[in-house]
Design a protein around this ligand. Structure first.
Ligand SMILES: NC(=O)C1=CN([C@@H]2O[C@H](COP(=O)(O)OP(=O)(O)OC[C@H]3O[C@@H](n4cnc5c(N)ncnc54)[C@H](O)[C@@H]3O)[C@@H](O)[C@H]2O)C=CC1
Ligand SMILES: O=C(O)C(=O)COP(=O)(O)O
Length: 599
């Protein structure tokens, strides 16, 4: 049978586009939903990380210098190994003993690092903004959460951008070197004024907008280019958003503030320099890789670019004989944008809190490779998260042979408006439930979609919109697995799929349907499902077998088609019955089939 779905997964509008899933996560095209994710007014988006399952004190490797206040937070919680300047080989060796890794921009956290961790690494904390030094796809594949510290160095980076802008325009660095060399060259270092000039801010995010604000204070005319920035945010600070071509063609100064991504790599190149106003001046506090550095040297030599002020380089540190760094029209700093006392203390605290929180399995505000779920949504969905995982677990255990699952349909029944229910978390937990019982993979919110895709499992989501009060986020969740045989034939619904359905009652997950049978058993402990001919005394017979074997029954429920016809009995048990206990149940006359399901 074919399941239908009508729309691709959308990114909620509250997300910062540069952190959005659409650009960072290798989301599977196998997933589709028939509604949009929730648009939340929450001030801080949050993400839940499935707990790393740590029993002992975790170990955190801090591979680059971090502020003291952050280190203290880390040390209060974990064993902290501060090892700076590790070679790639040393990092790979150490990482297998670490639960978390904290880096700045100098450490390359590549595929080998995740491979070498042997599955122990659960969190990578980037103590700063740019995460281009972390292989996000590899992190996701390994179920490792990546968090960054996106806010604490914004002002520092913006201030450095302005410092470079002014220093470049007035030849401060070159004149300083000249004076120190015993010269007094007042005519050589005549600069240009900033007031009245047009500044194009490329990348109107946190740093870009702070630069724009400051440049306006200097009397500059500020325009910006950012394909994802909302026009009203720009308008609010008197900045006009323009196209890339218009920005570079009209600017006297260009300041770069976009992340380094495949789309922005070498975005300034021979072609784009050729479109610029002759004599343009360029500031780069973003990433060296957004400029084709050889092309910049050519543009400087040709006089297209009058000057450049660069804090960042494709290779850091750049080669000593780098033509770009040595160019007399270039002012260079060694990636100092975030390096103020204040920013480094702030960044250290921000990243330490995020990493510790993530290791505790708590909420983290700054996940880069996982869906961010606002806090209040999470609180509301918590019992359904439990239900979702358990339904996934039950459904897959009902498959004969336990494998061959390819097509899963999840139905959410709710009175909520279609765009008012964020199900990414639920889908991830159903996926976890489906995959973990049949593999050795640890599935969490980070790698759930990836893990499903790897196994060729296609999960579609559908909404049933109910009448009634939208107060309760969900009435029930139904999980169906198509095109498989079941080891418990009664779990196959009339339409031919394995079907389980559950609800949350008084905050507790309940199984409420198996195949076409209504049952009601709380999803705690484990479950025995029996099909029998409905007749008096069955509950007592099964109960006494379990009682004799000291297996505590927590819940029992019988769902039947009609009196004295076939019925399904669901029995919740606290302990796992021994094999011969289960055999004894199977031997009870009138029991036609039974299955034991672990939650
Ligand atoms: N030199 C330094 O020490 C520092 C450098 N940075 C760099 O600055 C970058 C920006 O930082 P934030 O403003 O905090 O990040 P942000 O994420 O707030 O802003 C980045 C902006 O770039 C935009 N963008 C994405 N692709 C674009 C494209 N093709 N063209 C134009 N705009 C595009 C995004 O929509 C977003 O608004 C970071 O990614 C990092 O690489 C940040 C802090 C310190
Ligand atoms: O936050 C960023 O993106 C930066 O570039 C700062 O890098 P750093 O932490 O100073 O190595």
């Amino acid at each position: 049978m074919a399941f239908t779905a009508s729309q691709s997964l959308r990114t909620p509008s509250v997300w910062n586009p540069s952190l959005s899933l659409s650009s960072k996560l290798p989301f599977s095209s196998a997933f589709s939903v028939s509604f949009q994710a929730r648009r939340s007014p929450a001030p801080r988006p949050l993400v839940v990380v499935v707990s790393a399952g740590l029993d002992a004190k975790p170990t955190i490797l801090v591979a680059e210098k971090l502020g003291e206040a952050g280190l203290k937070l880390l040390k209060d919680f974990a064993n902290v190994d501060c090892s700076y300047n590790l070679s790639p080989e040393e990092l790979c060796t150490k990482i297998s003993l670490c639960d978390a890794l904290i880096v700045r921009s100098a450490t390359k956290v590549n595929h080998e690092v995740f491979e070498s961790s042997g599955g122990r690494l659960k969190v990578v904390g980037r103590a700063g903004v740019g995460i281009d030094n972390v292989d996000l796809a590899a992190a996701t594949e390994h179920g490792c959460l990546v968090v960054n510290a996106p806010t604490a160095n914004t002002v520092a980076a913006a201030e450095h951008g302005i410092a470079l802008l002014a220093a470049m325009a007035r030849n401060v660095a070159q004149a300083d070197a000249s004076v120190k060399a015993g010269k007094w060259q007042r005519n050589k270092y005549v600069g240009v004024s900033l007031v009245g000039k047009t500044l194009a801010v490329m990348g109107f995010g946190k740093v870009g907008s702070e630069v724009a604000r400051r440049a306006k204070g200097l009397g500059m005319h500020v325009i910006a280019h950012d394909p994802y920035a909302p026009a009203d945010r720009a308008r609010a600070i008197g900045v006009e958003l323009v196209s890339f071509d218009e920005a570079i063609a009209t600017a006297d100064f260009i300041s770069l503030h976009m992340p380094l991504t495949p789309a922005t790599s070498k975005i300034l190149n021979d072609d784009t320099f050729a479109k610029m106003k002759k004599g343009v001046r360029i500031v780069n506090v973003a990433r060296g890789g957004v400029i084709d550095e050889d092309a910049l040297v050519r543009a400087l030599d040709a006089g297209i670019v009058a000057q450049a002020a660069l804090d960042v380089f494709t290779e850091e540190p750049p080669a000593k004989d780098s033509k770009l760094v040595q160019h007399e029209k270039v002012t260079a700093t060694p990636h100092l944008g975030a390096s103020t006392m204040e920013a480094q203390e702030g960044v250290a605290i921000e990243i330490a809190e995020a990493v510790v929180g993530a290791l505790r399995g708590e909420l983290a505000a700054t996940a880069v490779n996982a869906p961010m779920v606002p806090a209040e949504v999470l609180t509301e969905l918590k019992p359904f998260v439990d239900l979702a995982e358990k339904l996934g677990r039950l459904a897959v255990q009902l498959v004969a042979g336990g494998s061959g699952v390819k097509t899963v349909k999840v139905t959410y029944a709710s009175a909520r408006a279609p765009d008012d229910l964020d199900t990414r978390l639920l889908r991830a937990m159903i996926t976890k439930g489906l995959i973990e019982p049949i593999s050795s993979v640890f599935v969490n919110l980070v790698n759930a979609d990836f893990a499903a895709k790897q196994r060729g499992i296609r999960i579609t989501e559908e909404r049933v919109i109910l009448d009634g009060s939208p107060e309760n986020p969900l009435e029930f969740i139904q999980v169906q697995i198509a095109n498989v045989e079941s080891k418990f034939a009664s779990a196959i619904s009339d339409s031919g799929e394995i079907k389980v359905e559950g609800r949350v009652k008084d905050g507790v997950a309940h199984l409420t349907k198996v195949g076409s049978f209504d049952v009601d058993v709380s999803l705690e402990g484990s479950i025995i499902l029996c099909r029998q001919v409905d007749q008096p005394g069955m509950i007592g017979k099964v109960g006494s077998v379990l009682g004799q074997e000291n297996v505590n029954v927590s819940f029992m429920s019988v769902g039947r088609i009609a009196p004295r016809k076939q019925a399904v009995m669901a029995i919740g048990v606290d302990e796992q019955p021994r094999k011969d206990t289960l055999k004894k149940i199977g031997e009870i006359p009138a029991i036609e089939e039974f299955v034991f399901l672990k939650l």
